[in-house]
Design a protein around this ligand. Structure first.
Ligand SMILES: *[C@@H]1O[C@H](CO)[C@@H](O)[C@H](O)[C@H]1NC(C)=O
Ligand SMILES: *[C@@H]1O[C@H](CO)[C@@H](O)[C@H](O)[C@H]1NC(C)=O
Ligand SMILES: *[C@@H]1O[C@H](CO)[C@@H](O)[C@H](O)[C@H]1NC(C)=O
Ligand SMILES: *[C@@H]1O[C@H](CO)[C@@H](O)[C@H](O)[C@H]1NC(C)=O
Ligand SMILES: *[C@@H]1O[C@H](CO)[C@@H](O)[C@H](O)[C@H]1NC(C)=O
Length: 259
């Protein structure tokens, strides 16, 4: 029984150190304000990353130092306390090594002496949180329709294009949309591998769309993109058979018009 408890405790400690998701549970213990607490690390692209900590409570004139180790190397001090804002450490390209575990701690230097945070370990691949997709645009499909609805092709651009091209990052997208008449009812298109999706036979009405992405290696979604609103009229458009708004993404879709 004791052995089981010890094993459980050991597992909890290890997973708390390695998995951001279990940090929230540990936060209650660690974030009581008596010591600094590293609460978040984020890389937008696997090339750089930033970690942030909460300062200790109710003390003036406290300065902080962050020390980190990778592999067997000797501890080093944070290379840049400025770029990521207050209480942060920024690791530029030169200081970011993918597939290495970074273990770090923050020490608060107070009038009564130093107080160190718990150790926090991250693998850069696990903390990738990409910027949201952008340039979400659409094309109406279905050249002539009755009242029933229309199909729409949505496409978007994504950040980190060079990392995707070189295979460093595989992106997964999620599109959500809602009918204006049912604003609490978001519908989802999940696990999209391409930066476009076709929605078949959308019923007549007005819709709002947005899209987000994450690295396949990471649990962290980007923020949602800016939304676009699309009105499905269900009647043939006069003039052209294809309506498109500014189309700038890498994906190109051509339709013949039959005038
Ligand atoms: C903080 O330190 C500065 C100089 O070291 C000193 O002038 C100031 O009074 C200190 N403030 C507090 C609140 O201790
Ligand atoms: C803080 O981290 C450094 C580097 O990993 C380590 O050498 C040092 O012992 C740690 N300090 C504390 C108080 O845990
Ligand atoms: C619209 O086109 C899709 C295929 O692109 C088709 O499956 C669907 O039935 C069409 N809808 C209408 C209303 O014609
Ligand atoms: C779409 O409509 C929603 C709800 O009215 C609004 O909040 C949003 O700003 C609109 N988006 C655009 C791009 O107009
Ligand atoms: C995204 O859209 C903006 C303006 O709408 C344009 O300047 C930019 O070139 C587009 N970017 C990509 C990658 O398509």
């Amino acid at each position: 029984m004791l052995c089981f408890l010890l094993l459980t405790l050991h597992w909890t400690t290890v997973s708390a150190a390695l998995q951001p998701s279990t940090r929230a549970a540990a936060a209650a213990l660690q974030d009581d304000g008596t010591r600094p607490y590293i609460y978040r690390c984020r890389s937008p692209n696997m090339e750089i990353f930033t970690c942030w900590w909460r300062p200790i409570a109710n003390q003036d004139n406290v300065t902080y130092t962050l020390l980190y180790t990778t592999g067997e190397r000797a501890p080093q001090e944070c290379p840049d306390y400025v770029t990521g804002g207050i209480n942060s450490c920024f690791f530029d390209v030169k200081h970011t090594q993918v597939w290495e575990v970074y273990c770090m701690n923050v020490t608060a230097h107070t009038r009564t002496g130093p107080v160190a945070s718990h150790k926090h370990c991250v693998d850069v691949a696990d903390i990738v949180e990409i910027d949201p997709p952008f340039n979400l645009t659409y094309i109406m499909l279905n050249e002539s329709v009755g009242e029933s609805g229309r199909s729409v092709l949505l496409s978007w651009s994504y950040p980190v294009e060079s990392q995707v091209r070189e295979g460093w990052i595989t992106l997964i997208y999620e599109l959500r949309y809602r009918h204006f008449a049912q604003p609490d009812n978001w519908k989802m298109k999940e696990r999209l591998r391409e930066p476009h999706v076709e929605l078949l036979d959308l019923p007549v009405g007005k819709y709002e769309f947005m899209v987000r992405c994450r690295s396949a290696n990471s649990k962290h979604w980007s923020a949602w993109s800016e939304s676009i609103n699309i009105t499905i009229n269900g009647r043939p458009l006069s003039g052209t058979h294809t309506q498109r708004n500014t189309h700038t993404g890498p994906f190109c879709y051509e339709r013949k018009s039959q005038l």
